[in-house]
Ligand binder design. Structure first.
Ligand SMILES: Cc1cc2nc3c(=O)[nH]c(=O)nc-3n(C[C@H](O)[C@H](O)[C@H](O)COP(=O)(O)OP(=O)(O)OC[C@H]3O[C@@H](n4cnc5c(N)ncnc54)[C@H](O)[C@@H]3O)c2cc1C
Length: 392
């Protein structure tokens, strides 16, 4: 597949390149979470001030009103110069904001969207629960209506950035007697509401690098005006959110990862790393590298095809295909990066950035729906295959 840009798109790319050249942050992203939040919000504000935030968002909410293809060009140029990537603004930008654009009230859009784009706020996602991950519709966090408020009790888990967030996309059960997909509501929760407790969860990457939390809700009162869509229609709204998350939310990761594979090729050329390898091992690495590079090219072609089909609106189910292919190709490539890196990759104290990428990638076949769940979606909802037998 040949990807040919129009003269206008080429001019756009040149403008992006020029702006990034003059505005890229020079310092590293801090590792402590307060510094991390401040850094990501400042970078978001710089993009906003330069007119590069929300490239495909409508103009009336502070975006540029351009196409998804121009958004992809932006990501490609950011990846080329290693601009800060996948930070604390990702939930708001990638699926919180887009959900409000398609399903929110005018008041919700006017209030929240400019704040997200300007880098004033951080959003997190409160969907998963200790007993409701893949089976998201089985969630039990309860919300009872009391006058013009919902009163929420329960717990969410694996909430990325909850300890840094101002707002949350929260799914609650408002009708426990309805069929499980029917009694759910999608509501905007301010993380400062009384009764919310956030506890961090450490990961294997390293003790400082926690981005996960468990969130507890104890009689948390949320105005009904914060409901997005209708009460008890949250499953439909959540599907829009997941459509954005799985469909367009990972485009920047795909583009950035293709650049990482190019960096791996440079790493192989480093004579210091060649010293400990036999000729057979080198041949094996080169073969695997060729496969990884062609997989990245396939992902790029799939991404461009999706983007030109999706135009505007909620992305279709094919996001699950790219998500599945990408996350598995990414894990394979990062295992290869560890083989190229050699013994240095085993150091824990001063962990190498490739080791960090490698350890983080274990999560990529789980986050936003596991590979098994993506395969179910592809089989049942795209290919129309019959559902498998229910687990006992
Ligand atoms: C890095 C990362 C970030 C995350 N961030 C967030 C966040 O910000 N907010 C949030 O709400 N959640 C978040 N999650 C949670 C994520 O959505 C869930 O982990 C995911 O949906 C899987 O749910 P689970 O962990 O409960 O596993 P389970 O659903 O218990 O699955 C366990 C295993 O069973 C398999 N399985 C389950 N059901 C089926 C089935 N029907 N058919 C075949 N196999 C099946 C799964 O594939 C998996 O291998 C995050 C997860 C990760 C890893």
């Amino acid at each position: 597949m040949e990807i040919r840009l129009t003269p206008e798109e080429q001019t756009f790319r040149a403008q992006v390149r020029d702006w990034l050249h003059n505005n890229l942050p020079t310092e590293e992203r801090p590792t402590d979470w307060r510094g991390w939040r401040e850094f990501d919000l400042a970078w978001q504000k710089t993009q906003y001030d330069g007119g590069w935030a929300g490239i495909a968002w409508p103009k009336e909410y502070g975006g540029r009103g351009l196409t998804l293809l121009e958004q992809v060009i932006w990501f490609e140029e950011c990846a080329r110069v290693k601009a800060p990537h996948r930070g604390v603004t990702s939930v708001g930008i990638n699926h919180g904001g887009p959900t409000l654009i398609t399903r929110g009230t005018e008041e919700q859009k006017q209030f929240h969207l400019p704040k997200i784009l300007r880098g004033d706020v951080v959003w997190c996602q409160g969907f998963s629960e200790p007993n409701a991950g893949s089976d998201l519709a089985g969630l039990t966090t309860r919300a009872e209506i009391d006058g013009d408020h919902l009163v929420v009790n329960g717990s969410k888990i694996w909430t990325s950035y909850a300890h840094m967030a101002d707002y949350q996309e929260l799914l609650v059960r408002t009708d426990p007697n309805a069929p499980k997909h029917k009694g759910i509501t999608w509501v905007i929760c301010h993380m400062d509401y009384p009764g919310i407790e956030v506890r961090p969860i450490m990961t294997m990457v390293d003790p400082e690098d926690f981005h996960f939390c468990q969130v507890f809700y104890n009689d948390v009162r949320i105005p009904i005006a914060n409901v997005v869509g209708e009460i008890n229609d949250g499953w439909n709204v959540a599907n829009a959110t997941l459509g954005f998350e799985r469909g367009t939310g990972f485009i920047s990761d795909q583009v950035y990862f293709a650049q990482l594979v190019e960096d791996m090729i440079e790493m192989v050329r480093d004579p210091a790393r060649q010293a400990y390898r036999t000729a057979d091992e080198t041949a094996d690495i080169l073969g695997r590298l060729a496969v990884s590079r062609s997989e990245m090219a396939a992902i790029r072609a799939m991404t461009y095809a999706t983007v030109s089909r999706a135009a505007k609106g909620v992305p279709g189910l094919e996001g699950s295909m790219i998500r599945l292919y990408f996350s598995e190709a990414q894990q394979k490539a990062l295992r290869l990066a560890m083989d190229i890196l050699g013994p240095v990759g085993l150091e824990r104290g001063n962990m190498h950035s490739w080791t960090r990428h490698y350890l983080r990638a274990f999560a990529s076949t789980i986050a936003a729906g596991s590979s098994d769940v993506q395969r179910n979606i592809i089989g049942e909802r795209i290919l129309g295959l019959p559902k498998g037998p229910k687990a006992a």
